[in-house]
Design a protein around this ligand. Structure first.
Ligand code: CA
Length: 470
């Protein structure tokens, strides 16, 4: 049955774009006028979180509406079985035209390539910024140009050629602003004569927490030549060198974000010109957040705020009041149920997320989630060395258990470390600089959160780490 009242869905997802590099989220370091248009004409979600802060697992959670212990995509080395039920498959069965262009990163070959799409063309693995090779059902070929433009051109071409008698669901998955942050010529000189402010926690000394943050190899000092694209000038003090590294890193990051912003503008302009804006849900999000020099880091993975938080702005004029915000919790596993709900498709029982369509109307269901479960499985990989952990976040607190064991997960290191806990009061300490786990004044909160963690873990069907003594 084809219903004419079903909205089109334009889902734009970038890679590693932290919300604190979007002006609609109050960025101190850049402007994103086109992304802001979506927020200004729709709703900005201020507490959207990923359930595992790394590319491949978050993408699987979005497509399948399930946590990673259920969909099996726990780390970068676990590829998604494309026989799993996903929202594009269900939308397609219900009469939507579906397509994905850009980053897939869930594996290649018959068992892992995109399924459930009328058309697709994706980057192999991480893909390249300049003239990338891309894979489509016919094979591989080079697409000349800058990756963000190429993906947008392909998306616009598909929209122009679509069957106008049916609604569409189009996924535009940008590679940018993923490492190694290579700008295009149009933005290469941006910020050239400016100093980008360093974040408040740039000089974090990692005291008053577990051993995990100090062990991570994501500091400015860990940026490589391919990231910096220049030799470190001689004669700098260690502090000056760190600042120099930050400027090199953050400017390129913001330049590639600027190209994403421009290209989102092209898509929005197309919808306006074609009279599609009213009936199209437009989403802009990213697969997780990123450290923009916060805690002295680049990259993501940790359950700390900067990487846990996903930007999420949504515009659907016929349902969503312009210029609104929502601070209820929304998770990456909730996206698929929302899309199915809007399309009038029943959400399968196996999906673990919940549609947040009422939130779009400014209504919070009385039993809406007040806490969320997170698990980062990829323990101590040879590169970033972030330890495995799981935790719970509420509106006020966060409890993290660093169980510090790869548990045999592909891509994890073999070395284990003694388990530790962290507890933060986000109201008193929004930068998460002082763990209160061993503070007796917080014993009751600690107990309550530990119980909530284990309750959520059981509710989603995950298992406690055997040595979890909470
Ligand atoms: Ca990512």
């Amino acid at each position: 049955m084809i219903r004419s009242d079903r909205p089109n869905i334009l889902f734009v997802m970038s890679d590693d774009h932290a919300s604190h590099a979007m002006s609609c989220y109050g960025s101190r370091i850049n402007r994103t006028p086109n992304l802001d248009r979506i927020a200004d004409e729709g709703m900005r979600f201020d507490n959207c979180f990923c359930t595992n802060g790394i590319c491949t697992p978050s993408r699987a959670a979005i497509l399948t509406g399930t946590y990673n212990h259920v969909n099996g995509v726990t780390t970068l080395s676990t590829h998604m079985d494309n026989r799993l039920t996903t929202y594009p498959k269900l939308l397609r069965e219900a009469g939507y035209q579906t397509a994905i262009f850009g980053k897939w990163h869930l594996g290649q070959g018959p068992a892992h390539e995109p399924a459930g799409f009328d058309d697709w063309c994706v980057l192999p693995g991480q893909g390249l910024y300049h003239s990338p090779v891309m894979i489509d059902p016919g094979g591989k070929r080079v697409h000349v140009g800058y990756v963000t433009d190429v993906i947008t051109d392909m998306s616009l071409q598909w929209l122009r050629n679509r069957d106008r008698s049916r609604p569409f669901a189009l996924m535009v998955h940008h590679k940018a602003p993923h490492r190694e942050w290579e700008p295009d010529a149009a933005h290469a000189q941006m910020y050239e004569d400016e100093e980008i402010p360093e974040p408040e926690t740039f000089d974090d000394d990692y005291r008053n927490r577990s051993a995990a943050p100090a062990a991570a190899r994501m500091r400015m000092e860990d940026l490589q030549w391919k990231d910096l694209k220049a030799d470190v000038p001689s004669g700098l003090s260690p502090a000056e060198e760190r600042s120099w590294r930050y400027q090199r890193y953050i400017k390129d990051y913001l330049r590639v974000v600027a190209a994403v912003d421009d290209n989102v503008g092209r898509l929005l302009d197309y919808l306006d010109r074609e009279g599609l804006a009213e009936d199209t849900l437009v989403i802009y999000t990213s697969d997780q957040g990123f450290f923009l020099g916060d805690h002295g880091w680049f990259d993501k993975r940790f359950m700390y705020e900067e990487s846990l938080r996903m930007p999420f702005v949504a515009r659907l004029p016929r349902e969503v009041k312009a210029g609104t915000t929502c601070d209820e919790f929304v998770l990456n596993v909730d996206f698929a149920p929302l899309f199915l709900d809007l399309a009038g498709v029943a959400v399968p029982d196996e999906f673990q997320g919940r549609s947040f369509r009422p939130l779009l109307h400014g209504e919070t269901p009385p039993d809406w989630q007040r806490s969320m479960y997170y698990r980062y499985w990829m323990h101590g990989d040879g590169n970033h060395n972030v330890y495995a952990h799981y935790g719970v976040r509420t509106h006020r607190h966060k409890l993290i258990h660093f169980y510090n064991d790869g548990c045999g997960q592909p891509g994890s290191g073999e070395e284990r470390h003694p388990p530790e806990w962290e507890l933060f009061d986000l109201q008193a300490d929004r930068n998460e600089l002082r763990s209160l786990y061993h503070d007796e004044a917080h014993a009751a909160v600690r107990r309550e959160l530990t119980d909530e963690l284990h309750r959520l873990q059981a509710a989603v069907g995950d298992e406690r780490y055997p040595l979890d003594d909470g």
